[in-house]
Write a protein that binds this ligand. Structure first.
Ligand code: AHG
Ligand code: MN
Ligand code: MN
Length: 338
């Protein structure tokens, strides 16, 4: 049979749409620590749920999804309706995907056993980060960590499957519902960012091999906390100001982290006299972002050690966190050691 090559040079007639998340995941599958396709499926499940959540969020204000759900979570925080919606969407997608055996969520007191006897993975998730910003139309996010279970598949879930150090993550990432919706993830070979094209219903690679500047001109802290924090941190911040740094604080960790990743900066949520472990939760906020930070050349510390080296003792434990540009984080650690 006579054949002809496909003529690719039709750029002017039909511009290229770029690399979809699905194709990217597939092309990178061999780089995964366990290249069986299961981790790829989990990333696809998370992407699917994030598209649904993005749709729900974009209707906030029109449909009845804003405001309080009327219950508090284990942290004693009031759950917003969208916290609950996002929790359902992600948990359901991970259940149906079949690769995950257990989920740790900010919105659930205990570990959720998904009863997937074949599932080899554990996911820790903050389904909706920055809940206080939902009702005021400000960027919010989702944060996720993926671990491989330690005990044999099919056996009951044990503490050792769940309470793993951040350095054991096989993949992690976040979704930012901002001026556009973006998904950033890493499987330990750098981090890549994808922007959601709503009309096509697809994420496209928009930020390949992301890199965080080693230094930056932004400091990000809730300055209302200053009477309650270690004065050495205040001296550090004074130093930033003298160098001309700007203050930026959104109050959604994902959004604050993402901006600092792109522009260079440091995010601080220190211990305070009222909250000696700070506010940010280790398992479903700090670890995933610390993993991404290190993958893009940044750093994440609790003040004295790597966030990723902390051995968790319980699901909802908190940690002080200093995360962002490498030199800024080491400068902060130095200031704390004085
Ligand atoms: P969540 O909405 O998941 O409970 O997380 C809120 C977190 C984090 O996103 C943000 O950086 C921080 O809380 C803001 O805390 P303050 O209001 O104390 O500044
Ligand atoms: Mn959060
Ligand atoms: Mn949350």
């Amino acid at each position: 049979m006579k054949t002809q090559p496909y003529k690719q040079d039709t750029g002017k007639l039909a511009y290229k749409v770029g690399v979809t998340l699905d194709r990217f995941i597939k092309s990178k599958q061999q780089d995964f620590p366990f290249a069986t396709g299961e981790l790829s499926q989990i990333l696809r499940d998370i992407a699917l749920a994030s598209k649904i959540v993005s749709r729900e969020i974009s209707r906030a204000g029109l449909s009845d999804v804003t405001g309080s759900f009327g219950q508090t979570n284990i942290q004693g925080e009031e759950q917003q309706k969208l916290d609950v919606v996002a929790n359902v969407r992600f948990t359901r997608a991970l259940t149906k995907g079949g690769e995950v055996c257990a989920v740790v969520s900010e919105e659930e007191d205990l570990v959720i056993d998904l009863q997937n006897s074949k599932g080899k993975y554990v996911v820790a998730i903050d389904p909706l980060d920055g809940s206080s910003n939902i009702d005021v139309n400000v960027s919010i996010g989702t944060i996720f960590s993926i671990y491989r279970r330690k005990t044999p598949t099919g056996s009951p879930i044990q503490e050792q499957d769940v309470l793993q150090k951040g350095s054991e993550q096989v993949a992690a990432g976040y979704v930012l519902y901002g001026s556009s919706t973006m998904l950033v993830y890493s499987t330990g070979n750098g981090a890549n960012g994808f922007t959601y094209e709503r009309s096509l219903g697809e994420f496209f690679l928009s930020h390949p091999q992301m890199q965080m500047p080693a230094d930056g001109g932004i400091y990000t802290i809730n300055e209302g906390l200053t009477p309650y924090i270690n004065p050495n941190i205040l001296s550090y911040l004074e130093g930033c100001k003298r160098k001309g740094a700007s203050a930026r604080y959104i109050g959604s960790l994902v959004a604050d982290f993402h901006r600092n990743l792109l522009k260079g900066g440091i995010y601080l949520y220190p211990a305070t006299s009222q909250a000696p472990n700070g506010k940010i939760r280790l398992m479903y906020e700090a670890n995933a972002l610390a993993f991404i930070a290190e993958q893009v050349g940044g750093a994440a510390s609790d003040g004295t050690k790597r966030i990723l080296d902390i051995v968790p003792e319980n699901l909802h434990q908190r940690t002080p966190i200093y995360i962002g540009s490498k030199n800024m984080v080491s400068g902060l650690e130095k200031a704390l050691s004085v």
